[in-house]
Design a protein around this ligand. Structure first.
Ligand code: KG4
Ligand code: ZN
Length: 342
């Protein structure tokens, strides 16, 4: 019998995580992520430093992914890589590496859209994860994007709404920065929020038509609020960090849930999936679970390791494309702006 096992090496380098994964069909054998610590001291990702760190990390990370999977590079069936969207300098490292390796090994090359990968991460076969059936709604919430997407097939996606300014992850990170928390602040806001009162402070929600989002106004109102309060009491932030984080997170989650409910109402689709770094947030995970009870939704939440940037999600798209025979040639170039479905 012919060997039906496909081994895909996947590479992700769109922002500040260098990652490589090896998949056997839809199963992730290894998923190595090197998070670049260098950006912490600058309070955000510095593109030039990110590309340099990718250059340093890519070879060891790929070696580690192959070793952990116990796969020799000669056994690989194809190489999948993130073509975009993302930081150009960062994308170039992964793209060039993937192209060279595929050429050297004489195996197919597969280009992957990072945002599609956040959605298709749900199709990774892993204990405790059930893939959604079509059609479903996917809300991708990350440091670079905030979108609600209608997914009718693996590769048939329509963006129903998106942010007009900051991404939701940026809203978390920028709010955290205003509170003096290090980058990326999202996970810390989540941690403190769990100990605070979400109704302690009231922040205004933006008025945006349809299924689009806006987060820049929230950031400004948090800035003014903190300036006002620290003038009265210089220790206001440290004394009330839990309540401030809980209130900020509550407002952000209200904004997300309101639009998601509107999308369900408009489309009649009650299957709802989330993806992207902010999907790791304990509050959004709880709110989705509640919606199963209160609104009869069926919700899908990926495991933590498939929420934040990782090559496992690039690999699953690689495998799905491999099955369709969708390969790319050596003329492919990285794309900083790369819309879903193009
Ligand atoms: O998907 P991702 O790893 O990278 C991008 O493609 O942007 O998302 C990173 C974002 C950051 O803004 C980070 O603060 C946020 O996800 N994030 C969280 C949590 N974990 C990561 N935000 C809120 N709560 C979390 N637990
Ligand atoms: Zn991402």
């Amino acid at each position: 019998m012919a060997d039906t096992k496909k081994y895909i090496l996947a590479i992700e380098s769109s922002c500040d995580d260098t990652s490589a994964a090896v998949l056997c069909n839809a199963n992730v054998l290894s998923n190595v992520v090197a998070t670049q610590e260098i950006h912490k001291q600058y309070g955000g990702v510095v593109p030039e430093l990110a590309s340099r760190a990718h250059q340093q990390n890519i070879v060891p990370v790929v070696h580690q992914a192959l070793a952990k999977a116990n796969i020799d590079k000669k056994e690989l069936s194809a190489i999948a890589f993130t073509r975009g969207p993302g930081l150009m300098g960062s994308l170039l490292v992964g793209t060039s590496f993937a192209k060279s390796l595929a050429l050297g090994l004489d195996i197919p090359l597969i280009k992957v859209n990072h945002m599609e990968a956040h959605i298709l991460a749900h199709f990774i076969e892993d204990e405790g994860m059930t893939p959604p059936s079509f059609p479903f709604l996917a809300m991708t919430i990350s440091g670079g994007h905030t979108q609600i997407v209608k997914v009718t097939d693996h590769f048939s996606m329509e963006v129903l709404g998106e942010t007009l300014d900051d991404a939701v992850g940026e809203a978390f990170d920028k709010s955290a920065k205003l509170m003096g928390l290090p980058y990326p602040g999202g996970p810390l806001v989540d941690k403190y929020a769990q100990l605070g009162n979400p109704k302690a402070y009231d922040f205004p929600k933006p008025k945006v038509d349809g299924l689009n989002f806006s987060f820049s106004g929230l950031k400004t109102s948090i800035l003014y609020f903190l300036q006002r309060e620290t003038q009265k009491n210089p220790d206001f932030v440290s004394q009330n960090i839990n309540d401030i984080c809980a209130s900020v997170q509550y407002t952000i989650l209200e904004i997300l849930m309101e639009k998601l409910e509107m999308a369900v109402e408009q489309t009649g689709i009650k299957q709802v999936a989330i993806g992207g770094g902010v999907a790791a947030n304990s509050g959004i995970r709880a709110r989705l679970k509640e919606a199963e009870e209160s609104m009869g939704w069926k919700t899908y939440i990926p495991k933590f390791q498939y929420c934040t940037d990782n090559a496992g999600m690039i690999g699953i798209v690689g495998y799905l494309k491999f099955e369709k025979g969708e390969f790319t040639d050596q003329s492919v170039a990285a794309k900083a702006r790369y819309a879903i479905g193009t």
